[in-house]
Write a protein that binds this ligand. Structure first.
Ligand code: SF4
Length: 519
């Protein structure tokens, strides 16, 4: 078919009108096109070469190889089926470990989902050799071997250390909040928890014999198990209350879904969660320690983190780099006692005290730096020229705080009172802190350009694994409940992260070299 274009030329029409074409008798007379039919009712048997299900450089091969090389024998010790006896053979721990690691690396954290993927996904089928794996076995395996899993994590660290990817010269510590498997509204006061517990007990007592139930035995047993678990969680929530009460001035509440979870501030606001502490070696961003804490703040988390690194690798890091959440006097003193070089930020503590002054209505021109200290006379002079005399001292840890105060009469009649101390009934006071030699040395060190340059590397190194674990592994919320089990979930995630780093930095480059040497 032809068309006339904008400049009056006759051109071929690239897209002929189908309706107009069909009106053409010549086209109508043409026999109908023959296309291949699709038969979805048929069954097809086709040979599968399992080895060819995944390419040579597929990560699942690397995971299988590494797990096979390093899996501790403890994983096998609990297997009841032994050679020479009857009964069903157990799933190989090397297979179950590899399935979990590969699944986590693809953002899959559910045993049911892995079992489903084993039915059709080539990478999972390659691992299983086309065998089905039931989700109960996968689910039980994830939490059944805490010590062995920790040993596997250590073995992987040993390998990475051997290849020079871990040096422990500089380790960045960071905490990230991960949501617990509990709803915000599951936090209840003691009276409500007792009420719910009473109801749960009544329900358990009223339960009949599962065999006599009209429902299938399986459903009746599942219902009974769910009720008993609910009762246990409520019991546990009541036991957690005294511990929670010690951290709050208001009436304590515990979660009836995950009693060991705590309300924590995260980017989206406050939510039930856990504080996951990750130590990352700066040499190649390898995770050298992981722990889970119920503390909403990081202030006391550095000392246990160093102990975990030492337990995993048999030596302490030379330097720890932390943000202001960790940097406090106790931490500074503890690191000095361990001969670990601490790089941290104290800037937030200054910002916090300035924010407190602002809330009290004090103008920035009357912040403490506007008051001049005279060491000889041991007194301050305020911006209005009045003297703040020594009033007394107090000891906070190893810091001594000296207080100086202006005369009440001077401040009450001062024209700057509304900017300087609007809420004071007495004269304005200033606190001078005298640090312990260790803290003073730390502060002096942190003022140097060299340490500031090191501190600037912190975010890039420390926040990388946190972001990877949330974005790639999808661990934004735990699937398990309780401190011990969420600790295992975090360990699986960090083990997966480290294995991915090994694949990227060691296995793939070695494979490329091998391929190129073979031509
Ligand atoms: S209010 Fe008191 S401390 Fe403040 S500037 Fe006036 S005299 Fe000085």
């Amino acid at each position: 078919m032809e068309k006339v274009n904008l400049v009056g030329r006759v051109v071929a029409d690239p897209e002929p009108n189908r309706a107009t074409e069909l009106e053409n008798p010549a086209v109508r007379a043409r026999p109908q096109a023959r296309v291949k039919p699709i038969n979805r009712q048929q069954s097809v048997l086709r040979p599968v070469e399992v080895e060819r299900l995944v390419e040579e450089d597929h990560p699942v091969r690397a995971i299988w190889e590494l797990v096979g090389r390093l899996l501790p024998a403890d994983f096998y010790s609990g297997i009841k089926a032994v050679e020479g006896t009857a009964g069903q053979a157990a799933f190989d721990p090397q297979l179950l470990t590899s399935l979990w690691v590969y699944a986590y690396s693809r953002g899959v954290g559910s045993a049911r989902e892995i079992a489903r993927l084993c039915e059709y996904h080539p990478a999972y089928q390659w691992l299983t050799g086309l065998e089905a794996v039931n989700y109960h076995s996968l689910s039980d395996f994830r939490t059944r071997h805490p010590e062995a899993l920790s040993r596997l994590f250590t073995e992987v660290l040993g390998l990475l250390s051997h290849t020079g990817l871990i040096t422990l010269e500089r380790v960045m510590q960071d905490g990230t909040k991960i949501k617990a498997f509990a709803a915000d509204h599951s936090f209840r006061r003691e009276a409500t928890l007792r009420e719910h517990l009473e109801k749960a007990r009544e329900q358990v007592e009223q339960m009949g014999d599962p065999a006599a139930e009209e429902l299938t035995q399986r459903v009746a047993k599942a219902r009974e198990r769910a009720l008993r678990e609910k009762q246990q969680r409520l019991d546990s929530a009541l036991k957690q209350l005294p511990q929670i009460q010690a951290t709050t001035l208001s009436e304590a509440r515990a979660s009836s879904s995950d009693p060991e979870a705590r309300i924590m501030a995260s980017k989206g606001g406050f939510a039930p969660g856990y504080n996951v502490q990750i130590s990352t070696d700066a040499a190649a961003k390898i995770i050298v320690g992981v722990g889970v804490s119920q503390a909403a703040a990081d202030a006391a988390e550095l000392v246990p983190a160093v102990a975990r690194i030492e337990a995993q690798l048999g030596q302490r890091p030379q330097q720890m780099v932390v943000d202001s959440g960790f940097t406090n006097q106790a931490t500074i003193e503890a690191m000095a006692a361990e001969s670990i070089d601490l790089i941290g930020s104290l800037s937030d503590s200054v910002a916090q005290s300035e924010a407190a002054l602002r809330r009290r209505g004090v103008s920035p021109e009357f912040f403490p730096q506007a008051f001049v200290y005279d060491p000889g006379a041991d007194r301050y002079t305020c911006p209005a020229g009045q003297t703040l005399a020594y009033e007394g001292k107090e000891k906070k840890g190893t810091t001594t705080r000296y207080r100086y105060r202006a005369k009440t009469s001077a401040c009450q009649s001062c024209r700057f009172k509304d900017q300087c101390c609007p809420q004071n009934k007495k004269g304005r006071s200033i606190v001078r802190s005298e640090d312990s030699p260790v803290v003073a040395a730390f502060k002096a060190k942190m003022r140097t350009e060299a340490t500031q340059a090191i501190y600037k590397q912190r975010a890039g190194v420390a926040e990388f694994p946190n972001a990877w674990i949330k974005a790639k592994i999808g661990l934004r919320q735990f699937r398990l409940r309780g401190l011990a089990k969420v600790g295992l979930e975090a360990l699986w995630a960090c083990l997966t992260y480290n294995i991915q780093q090994w694949i990227r930095l060691v296995w793939r480059p070695q494979l490329l070299i091998l391929k190129s040497s073979l031509g």
